[in-house]
Design a protein around this ligand. Structure first.
Ligand code: PTJ
Length: 250
């Protein structure tokens, strides 16, 4: 195990280095899958091209996602290892402010990791965390990965599922089950990004605080339905791709 280094606060990449540390620390504490570190690297590359900021395009998606969560009768936030390591407090806060349930749902499923993630969320005030161990007894049809196992009181009966950092197969399967799907994915070209109803192309570390702030701002607005209906995911993704192409000079 290597020694921890002090990241100088004025280091130009301080924020990105802290995020890496949080993930490596999450890996050592049994929250993050080893593959989660690689997945983060891919995300970082896109974030670099997007200018490591929440673009206007992402802000629009955040507003639509907050409105959709607020309008839903049974919203569920699906939590994997990376999300639990990077923003446990924000997951709990967003659940509170939108009335969503929280469910652990892992691609590289082990019961130890499910329990470690549940404890982490409870440490930050989360209660009644769904999907851990035998609770995940329902099945998403047509899905082969371990992600098919879901909680019959959570994702299975949800009308809206918020699945940050997701794989394409489950997004497709959830949409086929008639659920509305919201995701956060720095890669606007991914199958998840294209299949979800609302895709926030932003880093989860910035998107979560923005979602919490926005949902508390628009909570009592009478135009929530209008915000959702006027949102065009395809157009939004095209705009994110344009931003990336401009960064590459094309
Ligand atoms: O904890 P588990 O077992 O459920 O596994 C979680 C990972 C993320 C390893 C698993 O779901 C996986 O392999 O995901 P993928 O298919 O690699 O997809 C992850 C997507 O999230 C990629 O498109 C990345 O670009 C994107 N991504 C990675 N880090 C971030 C991100 N998007 C937003 N914010 C990030 N910090």
């Amino acid at each position: 195990m290597h020694a921890r280094i002090q990241i100088p606060p004025n280091h130009p990449r301080a924020k990105s280095l802290h995020t890496r540390e949080a993930l490596v620390d999450g890996y050592r504490r049994g929250l993050v899958a080893a593959e989660g570190l690689i997945a983060h690297g891919r995300g970082e590359a896109y974030d670099y091209l997007l200018g490591e900021r929440t673009t206007k395009t992402a802000q629009r998606a955040i507003r639509a996602a907050a409105a959709m969560l607020l309008l839903s009768k049974r919203p569920v936030i699906s939590v994997n290892g990376n999300t639990a390591a990077l923003c446990p407090r924000e997951i709990v806060e967003l659940a509170r402010s939108t009335g969503a349930a929280i469910e652990v749902n892992l691609f590289y499923r082990t019961e130890e990791r499910e329990q470690a993630i549940r404890s982490e969320l409870e440490k930050h005030g989360g209660r009644n965390i769904l999907g851990v161990g035998p609770r995940a007894s329902a099945r998403i049809p047509e899905l082969q990965s371990e992600r098919r196992r879901v909680d019959p009181e959570g994702i299975y009966i949800a009308d809206t599922v918020f699945v940050p950092l997701e794989d394409g197969d489950r997004t497709e399967a959830l949409a086929k089950m008639g659920k509305r799907v919201i995701t956060v994915d720095l890669n606007p070209l991914s199958r998840t990004a294209k299949t979800a109803h609302i895709t926030i192309v932003d880093n989860i570390t910035r998107a979560m605080p923005a979602l919490i702030e926005t949902s508390s701002k628009i909570k009592s607005s009478r135009s929530l339905k209008n915000i959702v209906e006027s949102f065009d995911n395809k157009k939004n993704l095209r705009e994110s791709i344009k931003i990336i192409r401009r960064a590459g000079g094309t």
